[in-house]
Write a protein that binds this ligand. Structure first.
Ligand code: HEC
Length: 121
């Protein structure tokens, strides 16, 4: 490549190309997944789920990635989890009790359940 003159403009153009490609790649590669995860995080914080749950690590309750794995392909899971989120319960993941989260609206509970089940662990 020694015979090619290295003008500053060349470098600037290729740098721009790299940035553009990175941007395009980011848009193409992490489309819904990351947007959904961000929305789920927001809802978890707003509804105080984060006190006991994380998406990728065990805290007090199961992490949401393992919840997604457990109910993958289960058609009734959204409704079941939306109900459980508001009613609480125990015995599925161990003896620990999830207290009722009656402050969570039905709409939020359903959205959270959908977002959990949409996780791709
Ligand atoms: C005080 C701690 C605590 C809080 C707060 C809490 N959870 Fe839980 N959650 C648990 C425990 C413990 C379990 C396991 C219950 C079981 O084994 O049946 C659980 C289970 C779950 C499950 C799996 C249910 C199943 O039957 O597989 C989901 C989904 C869930 N929680 C969502 C939420 C959401 C959404 C919120 C916030 C609105 C929330 N949790 C708030 C402790 C908590």
């Amino acid at each position: 490549m020694n015979h090619l003159p290295s003008f500053p403009i060349t470098r600037r153009v290729s740098w721009t190309t790299v940035v553009l490609l990175a941007g395009v790649t980011a848009v193409v590669w992490s489309p819904k997944a990351s947007a959904d995860t961000a929305q789920l995080q927001t809802l978890m914080q707003r509804n105080n789920c984060s006190a006991c749950h994380l998406i990728d690590k065990r805290k007090y309750g199961p992490n949401f990635n393992e919840v997604a794995v457990r109910y993958a392909g289960n058609a009734g899971a959204v409704a079941m989890l939306a109900t459980k989120i508001r009613a609480g319960g125990s015995g599925v993941w161990g003896e620990d009790m999830m207290p009722p989260q009656a402050n969570v609206s039905e709409a939020d509970a359903r959205t959270i359940a959908e977002l959990i089940l949409a996780l791709k662990p």
